[in-house]
Design a protein around this ligand. Structure first.
Ligand code: HDE
Length: 703
């Protein structure tokens, strides 16, 4: 006789029971060696999960079917409001390790001892797109770090760009309304290339420095692993003696910086909208843990008073050449969340989460953020108890008298829920250990004014532009032209060119030409004209800081049946030694058979593995395999795109007819390398360290 679920459940209780912790921290009872019984949320065992309860086989469903009702009810409520900005994100766990004690500057617990480790959770994000948008939008990337210190959580909620569009938080709803999809038509999604955005920007000169950054390749990163992160604002370190030092925080990727080119970004979004997520998942799951160094720029009031710009103005940087950042620790991401919703979606970052030893400055953007983040969590997570969710709970001891509210998991035990009390019970404040706000002296009238020291909107925009290499400057001009080409209102385009004239004449002329403007407008009125005496800052260029290694990058190897096994083996070995990654792409699903009869499994069929998904490619077919491959238009695109995107291409002679078909055979340059045999592999790998061959760009792109 078959066993009923109830019988199975009874039997299960007879066994030794193992407690298994679920993602939300709840406990499931699972009997050793048995499949757990499906139950309702109330714990009632379920007999039939395939059919709702009906009157007769073909009759109506009855309301009494509590299992059906509970299941559908829960499903109906699965979604929570997506973040109003930074909706699309991806996170990982890891740790922060301090290099040396910073006790001289800060009493923050995590910086006290060399080698001290603090658990961390990081969420990367795009800003404008909705939760289901694609990864390679031209956008700022969020770089939000939660550090579970021994004295409470510290959230360093940063971006991959060190400046911001606006100087005062009161303008945040406007910039975000302007960049997101337009309210009447609900498009475009995850794109700044539309009238509303550029209308707002062209009327907001303070955004010009940030515009240079978002039109640069920084806004289309190759992956999260190759991005910098910045705390943006000036913060304070405060030491045990209550002395304050100003600090700016920078995260530097160990593998160096890297971006994609715009045409590639557009195609990646179609081929793999989850490109950045997948990259983080794959690298952590394969044990190649991404790492960043935390560097700090430290300065005192005297430096601040003498610096060219206001250190409270979030549209300005302090160039690294003027104030070199000091390495203070490293962040390693080594574990993916067990559940995306429980952790990455429910994580609540708040700028106001600072431990003793870290404090705010008067940056009006930061001050505004300190209200917004707490407020938004209430809406998003549905009540004041979001700190009870494991991802948000501190990992240090904590105690207070907060109680009740939606989903309260941790009410005080016993009679005492206030203090002071006569029962001698419960936590008390500690003047010595507790957070003491830095006692800065403030005075003045209440005014709605912007300080004059915030008035120069063009000098650092110009400095950013002149710090770039030629290809990077071209990309900025091309991005501006592209974005403004999508703006339908001519006066907005012209207004933008009039701002560019305050930044750099050649840039303005190039964009004006690209937009077909017959006459240049006059430069925009400027409260302070751009200074031409600021020295270029090489640290602002991605290309100047290239890692010269292919480590952590991915080679796409296109093979057909009959490929040269020895060559491919040598290539794979060399890539592993370089700590690089590869994928095998074959004409059909499965793989390919080598000349020596061995078989290699394919990771992608040619349709699913376009070259935009790789940092460089090798096209290594056999002559016979090439006959079929020539008929395949995606193979032609594979080569044509790799060439157009200035990638290095390794090839065997059999690939030449494909090059011909792709229209590149006449322009073969130093970036296209014949791999006649295993001996050529070393040269190829060395060249791959350059990541791209930018000297090709003028041959594949109009000026
Ligand atoms: Fe945010 N921002 N922001 N922001 N921000 C949010 O908080 C806000 C700003 C940043 O992965 C929201 O939990 C205001 C600068 C990141 O969960 C919200 C202002 C920087 C994330 C909010 C700013 C950031 C957010 C929406 C103008 C870089 C994603 C959801 C003063 C330093 C965090 C949420 C995550 C998220 C408000 C400007 C970074 C609404 C009012 C500058 C990385 O609270």
């Amino acid at each position: 006789m078959s066993k009923t679920p109830r019988k199975l459940a009874d039997e299960a209780t007879m066994h030794d029971q193992k407690l298994r912790r679920g993602n939300g921290g709840e406990l499931h009872q699972v009997a050793e060696g048995t499949t757990p019984i499906l139950t309702t949320a109330q714990g009632g065992p379920v007999a039939d999960d395939q059919n709702s309860l009906k009157i007769g086989e073909r009759g109506p469903t009855v309301l009494e079917d509590f299992h059906f009702r509970e299941k559908i009810f829960h499903f109906d409520h699965e979604r929570i409001p997506e973040r109003v900005v930074h909706a699309r994100g991806y996170g990982a766990h890891g740790f922060f390790e301090t290099y040396e004690s910073l006790a001289k500057y800060t009493r923050a617990d995590l910086f006290q001892k060399a080698g001290q480790r603090t658990p961390a959770f990081v969420r990367f994000s795009t800003v404008a797109g909705n939760k289901g948008s694609f990864d390679l939008a031209r956008d700022v990337r969020g770089f939000a770090v939660k550090l579970y210190t021994q004295e409470g959580n510290w959230d360093l909620v940063g971006n991959n760009i060190p400046v911001f569009f606006i100087q005062d938080a009161i303008k945040f709803p406007d910039i975000i309304h302007a960049v997101k999809q337009e309210p009447d038509r609900a498009f475009p999604q995850a794109q700044s290339a539309h009238d509303n955005f550029w209308d707002f920007i062209s009327l907001t000169p303070e955004s010009m420095h940030m515009i240079m950054w978002v039109m640069s390749d920084r806004a289309i990163p190759r992956s999260f692993r190759f991005m910098e992160g910045f705390g943006v604002h000036t913060f304070r370190f405060v030491n045990e003696q209550d002395q304050s030092t100003f600090v700016k925080f920078h995260w530097k990727p160990k593998l160096g910086l890297q971006s994609v080119v715009w045409n590639e970004a557009v195609k990646i979004n179609g081929a793999d909208p989850d490109f950045h997520r997948r990259d983080l998942w794959d690298s952590i799951k394969s044990g190649a843990f991404p790492e960043w160094e935390l560097q700090v720029q430290l300065f005192d009031q005297e430096f601040a008073d003498n610096f060219d710009f206001d250190i409270l103005d979030a549209t300005k940087i302090i160039p690294e050449e003027i104030l070199p950042p000091i390495p203070v620790g490293r962040l390693v991401l080594d574990r993916m969340p067990d559940n995306f919703f429980a952790e990455t979606e429910q994580v609540a970052f708040m700028t106001q989460n600072v431990p003793p030893g870290i404090d705010f400055s008067n940056d009006p953007l930061l001050q505004g953020r300190n209200f917004s983040y707490l407020d938004t969590q209430l809406k998003r997570l549905g009540g004041p108890n979001f700190t009870h969710i494991p991802i948000n709970a501190p990992k240090c001891p904590f105690a207070n008298f907060q109680q009740d509210g939606h989903m309260a998991m941790r009410n005080p035990i016993g009679r005492v829920n206030y203090q002071p009390n006569s029962w001698g019970e419960g936590p008390r404040e500690s003047p010595d250990q507790g957070f003491r706000a830095f006692a800065d002296a403030e005075s003045g009238q209440k005014v709605r004014l912007r300080a004059e020291s915030f008035a120069d909107h063009y000098s650092q925009a110009r400095q950013f532009y002149i710090s770039q290499t030629l290809p990077e400057q071209k990309h900025i001009a091309a991005a501006l032209t592209f974005e403004l080409s999508k703006v339908k209102t001519p006066v907005i385009r012209e207004r933008m060119v009039s701002h560019l004239l305050n930044i750099d004449d050649t840039l303005a002329a190039k964009v004006a030409r690209g937009l077909g403007l017959k006459v240049l407008p006059s430069p925009a009125d400027a409260a302070v004209s751009a200074r031409h005496d600021l020295a270029p800052s090489p640290a602002l260029s991605i290309i100047k800081k290239g890692p010269q290694r292919f480590e952590g990058r991915k080679l796409g190897i296109l093979l057909t049946d009959g490929f040269d096994a020895k060559l491919v083996m040598a290539l794979q070995k060399a890539l592993l030694a370089e700590e690089a990654i590869f994928e095998i792409i074959t004409p059909t699903v499965g793989g390919a058979q080598a000349s020596d009869g061995s078989f290699i499994e394919g990771h992608q069929m040619i349709d699913g593995g376009p070259s935009v998904l790789y940092d460089a490619v090798a096209v290594l077919p056999s002559e016979s395999g090439m006959i079929d491959l020539l008929k395949e238009s995606t193979a032609r695109d594979f080569v044509a795109d790799a060439f157009a995107h200035c990638k290095y291409i390794g090839y065997t002679a059999a690939a030449l007819p494909l090059f011909e078909k792709a229209g590149i055979s006449k322009g073969l340059d130093d970036g296209v390398i014949l791999l006649a045999g295993p001996k050529d592999v070393a040269t190829f790998i060395e060249l791959l360290g350059n990541l791209r061959i930018w000297s090709r760009e003028p041959n594949v792109k109009m000026k």
